[in-house]
Write a protein that binds this ligand. Structure first.
Ligand code: C2O
Ligand code: CU
Ligand code: CU
Length: 506
């Protein structure tokens, strides 16, 4: 932990030295140190011909009415590009990434997580509604050689979730080395699910985006280039490879896109056509939404349908992302534009079913709002404090509907993620959110200097001793303490930090 903190201190000082008065200077510093053209700092592969690797579906077994999975975090070696040197990586059940877990709504699931790494880690189920002690956050560390078992009942709508380590101060490095996989929740009873493309790896495809930087030996390095957001890699990968190509055999393909990057924000689209967005982080939208681009900050997901004609050869592209009023657009990736994934349609395509006009109905009752809380994100602090593993910042009562107002006080990107719940973005600076942000969310990008009202309800689980987290999901920021802890308690009950303060964690 000291190593990383030390490095970070150095980076900050370097930034101050080079930049003098801060952000505008940081942009110049990065520009001067960058060898590529000023338009984009991402180097695209020449060819997009590497077959897109598909994470295998995780096997599960039934044990006492529980669908049980096994994951092992392990070291390995992985080729990010054809012909490249195998880089040292970490993965679950393999050298890089992790299998896709799938479970049905209402099922009891268990995951046994083993750790064969040389250091402690944890496995967090991002977006999952579950008891705090099963959350896999920084209080559920798994020591080398140990196994941790998490068990809960799937009690939320079908959606695309993911899992990744959450060790305090080390999350960026663990995720970046490859520890990330998807967790899909299904509802086989739901006719809408049946009508949408749903055959794994055929017309329903995991697209896990991560940007990487390599040293001369081809090893992964976390080089943040001296900017405020953390690492912006110059090689962009999908499911672990750069220049990937997906063969499509149906008229509609469903891409379940996850931004698993540590800091980079993407604006994804296909140049010559619109897409149909059908789901955000926590499940289907109310109805399909035709759009040109979808912006995803780290941790966010979107499901989109792309329509193809026989023989089409198109690229999922990341356009220069609209990041709001950032002070140094270049430094935070706002000028980067590059291809992400090639989609090649076969000469004959099987016809996909028609997309239903109504996808899902949901909605929290804004009239029921009880407590309101406000979270100001600035530098590496939330409400003026950095993460303290022994401190419980907020106490929420079971059953309450709450409105959280979240503000990014900086002129560079942050986002905001809340564990345990899916929230609804009710307003941005008092205005209704754009339709792509009107669904169920667990992570939202925060444009600088704007106010986001998030509506959420806390149900099912209480634990006065074990907190959930809320934090910025730019992993460098999270590691540097831009995180807080909340417990959910029975009405009238008090938070009890005695257990977590016992093993303080710092
Ligand atoms: Cu995706 Cu607290 O994490
Ligand atoms: Cu999470
Ligand atoms: Cu941040």
């Amino acid at each position: 932990m000291t190593g990383l903190t030390g490095l970070t201190g150095l980076t900050r000082r370097r930034l101050l030295l080079l930049g003098g008065a801060g952000l505008a200077g940081a942009g110049v510093a990065v520009l001067a140190g960058c060898s590529t053209a000023s338009t984009s700092s991402v180097s695209e592969p020449e060819e997009f011909d590497t077959p897109l690797p598909i994470p295998p579906l995780a096997e599960s077994r039934w044990e006492a009415g529980t669908r049980t999975f096994s994951l092992r975090a392990q070291e390995g070696s992985w080729q990010f590009q054809p012909g490249a040197h195998g880089a040292s990586t970490w993965g679950f059940n393999g050298p890089y990434g992790g299998p896709t877990l799938r479970a049905n709504v209402g099922e009891r699931v268990a995951v046994e997580v083993g750790n064969d790494l040389p250091e402690a880690t944890s496995t967090h189920w991002h977006g999952m509604h579950l008891p705090a002690e099963m959350d896999g956050g920084p209080h559920q560390m798994v020591e080398p050689g140990d196994t941790w078992r998490a068990e809960w009942v799937i009690g939320q709508a079908p959606c695309t979730l993911w899992y990744h380590p959450h060790p305090h101060g080390q999350t960026e490095r663990h995720v970046y080395r490859g520890l990330a996989g998807m967790f899909w929740l299904d509802d086989p009873q739901d006719p809408v699910t049946q009508a949408l493309p749903h055959t794994y790896a055929v017309d329903d495809v995991p697209v896990i985006i991560g940007d990487k930087t390599f040293d001369d030996q081809g090893e992964l390095v976390i080089d943040d280039g001296g900017n405020e957001v953390g690492l912006l890699g110059d090689v962009v990968t999908v499911n672990g490879v750069a220049g990937a190509r997906l063969e499509v055999t149906t008229t509609l393909v469903r891409l379940r896109i996850l931004n698993a990057s540590t800091a980079r924000i993407y604006s994804l689209g296909i140049a010559d056509r619109s897409m149909l967005m059908i789901a955000s982080d926590g499940g289907l939208l109310r109805s399909p939404l035709e759009l040109e681009r979808v912006r995803l900050s780290p941790g966010e997901r979107a499901e989109v349908l792309v329509a193809l004609d026989p023989g089409d050869d198109v690229r999922l592209h990341s356009f220069e992302p609209e990041l709001g009023s950032v002070a140094a657009p270049f430094a935070v990736g706002a000028n980067d534009s590059f291809d992400v994934l090639r989609l090649v349609a076969a000469d004959e395509l099987a016809a996909s079913a028609e997309v239903p006009e109504q996808l899902a109905s949901f909605g929290l009752d804004a009239a029921a709002v009880g407590p309101r809380r406000r979270f100001e994100l600035e530098d590496r602090e939330i409400n003026g404090a950095r993460m303290d593993m022994a401190r419980i910042d907020e106490t929420v009562e079971l059953g309450d509907t709450e409105m959280w107002t979240v503000v990014n006080r900086n002129l560079f990107p942050h986002n905001f993620h809340v564990h345990d719940v899916q929230f609804e973005v009710r307003s941005i600076d008092g205005e209704p959110p754009p339709p792509e942000l009107a669904g169920r969310k667990d992570t939202v990008y925060l444009e600088p200097q704007r106010e986001y009202e998030l509506l959420m309800q806390f149900i099912d689980y209480t634990d006065p001793q074990m907190p959930y987290m809320y934090h910025c999901h730019l992993l460098r920021h999270e590691d540097e303490g831009m995180m807080g802890q909340f417990v959910v308690v029975q009405p009238g009950e008090r938070a009890d930090p005695s257990m977590i303060s016992g093993h303080g964690g710092h």
